[in-house]
Design a binder for this molecule. Structure first.
Ligand SMILES: Cc1cc2nc3c(=O)[nH]c(=O)nc-3n(C[C@H](O)[C@H](O)[C@H](O)COP(=O)(O)O)c2cc1C
Length: 162
């Protein structure tokens, strides 16, 4: 684990086992993804050109944003898309239960860049695919990043009622 942290986030050592986003993401998803990133960096006062500052922010993921506790979420490789949906539901319920207990969370697909290292850290074999990390703690309401409210598109743009 220390090795990947020392190397920094600009050079992932390992081939990711799934695409966090499809390689050719189409609109409106592509634009929304771009906008939420830009809105976040604007709140942090980091410009588009300032790649080192963006990288430095990204590296907060390695420290789980200074959260006192963390978890990793895996799925067995024999499972397919229906079970990945189950996993998402489980993860969301877990996050809501933490919230009920007064704890905040941040799911971190960032960790999908390092599946081998995290598997080794968790003493798991290759039958397990890492989905994400989960930072668990207390959010700092005064931090600029926590002023981010991602825009919601009108449901008519992405939802079809018949
Ligand atoms: C599955 C999942 C993975 C995420 N991965 C990361 C991550 O690696 N790093 C990060 O800073 N935020 C991550 N986020 C947090 C989002 O960037 C966003 O801040 C959060 O979902 C709150 O915005 P929302 O209200 O639009 O969902 C993730 C969220 C989800 C649901």
């Amino acid at each position: 684990m220390d090795e990947i942290i020392a190397q920094g986030a600009d050079q992932p050592l390992e081939a990711p086992e799934y695409h966090v986003y499809p390689p050719k993401l189409k609109d409106p998803y592509r634009t929304s993804r771009f906008e939420v990133g830009e809105d976040m960096y604007a709140l942090l006062g980091i410009s588009r050109e300032d790649k080192p500052a963006r990288l430095k922010w990204l590296e907060n993921n390695f420290r789980f944003f200074n959260a006192p506790a963390a978890a990793f979420c895996f799925v067995e490789t024999i499972m397919g898309p229906p079970q990945w949906a189950d996993l998402g539901m489980y993860l969301q319920s877990t996050m809501l239960l933490f919230q009920e207990e007064g704890l905040d969370t941040c799911a971190q697909e960032f960790w999908a860049r390092y599946p081998n290292t995290v598997r080794k850290f968790c003493d798991l074999d290759e039958n397990w695919m890492l989905f994400c990390g989960l930072a668990i703690g207390y959010k700092d309401d005064d931090h600029p990043v926590n002023q981010l409210h991602s825009k919601r598109r009108n449901s008519g743009e992405w939802l079809t009622f018949l």
